[in-house]
Design a protein around this ligand. Structure first.
Ligand SMILES: [Zn+2]
Length: 212
């Protein structure tokens, strides 16, 4: 098993825990995680020509085009991904998936499945302290005092991107752009769906079964 070259994509909605699972698999096999956000940030820090182009786009409030994202992910895979890697957040649409397939062949696409209702319950229940940034959850990790931070007594807030309305929008976008990506990998026979409802350790067991 150790000699296998894993090229894994994690896919799943907000709150599915896919980032956590990606982290666990990365530790288990010593694989790098390539997430779009991180790769963009690293490229900007490198200060090369492409990095500067990306910075000026983001500073001006533009989205980074598929073409640019494709290019920097392809570079990353070439330089650091030869022993395998985990992708998180890329490809996020069919055009990116098709491009990636022209560059490299993934071995596993693991979809961590979670209903919209569950996703909203997990993320929508979060409360954040605006002062010390501690994150609570009304159900799973409530503060001792209703609505107040345990550390500093500050009134907890719901982040703008974690309101039910914002979550519904994000989930709608997720379904719209991700379902074709999932279909693409189903056709390739490398897609596996994993139930994201159980505890982290149980989900990880299922993930490992798919990777054996
Ligand atoms: Zn606090």
């Amino acid at each position: 098993m150790e000699n296998k070259k894993y090229k894994i994509l994690f896919i799943g909605p907000q709150g599915s825990g896919k980032g956590t699972q990606a982290q666990l698999v990365a530790e288990k096999f010593g694989l790098p995680i390539f997430s779009t956000g991180n790769i963009l940030r690293q490229r900007i820090q490198s200060g090369d020509e492409l990095g500067q182009e990306i910075k000026s786009l983001i500073d001006a409030g533009y989205l980074v085009s598929d073409e640019l994202v494709n290019k920097i992910v392809a570079d990353k895979i070439k330089v650091e991904g030869q022993g395998g890697y985990i992708l998180d957040g890329y490809p996020r649409n069919l055009a990116q998936a098709e491009f990636l397939a022209s560059q490299d062949e993934l071995t596993h696409v693991l979809e961590i499945d979670l209903s919209d209702e569950k996703s909203i319950r997990r993320i929508g229940g979060r409360r954040t302290c605006p002062k010390c940034q501690t994150v609570y959850h009304v159900e799973y990790n409530p503060p001792k005092d209703d609505d107040l931070c345990d550390n500093d007594g500050e009134r907890l807030i719901i982040r703008d991107d974690e309101t039910e309305e914002a979550l519904k929008k994000r989930l709608a976008t997720y379904h719209e752009v991700t379902e074709p990506v999932i279909g693409f990998y189903k056709n390739k026979g490398i897609h596996h769906k994993i139930d994201g409802r159980p505890a982290i350790a149980e989900v990880f067991e299922e993930v490992m079964k798919e990777l054996e």
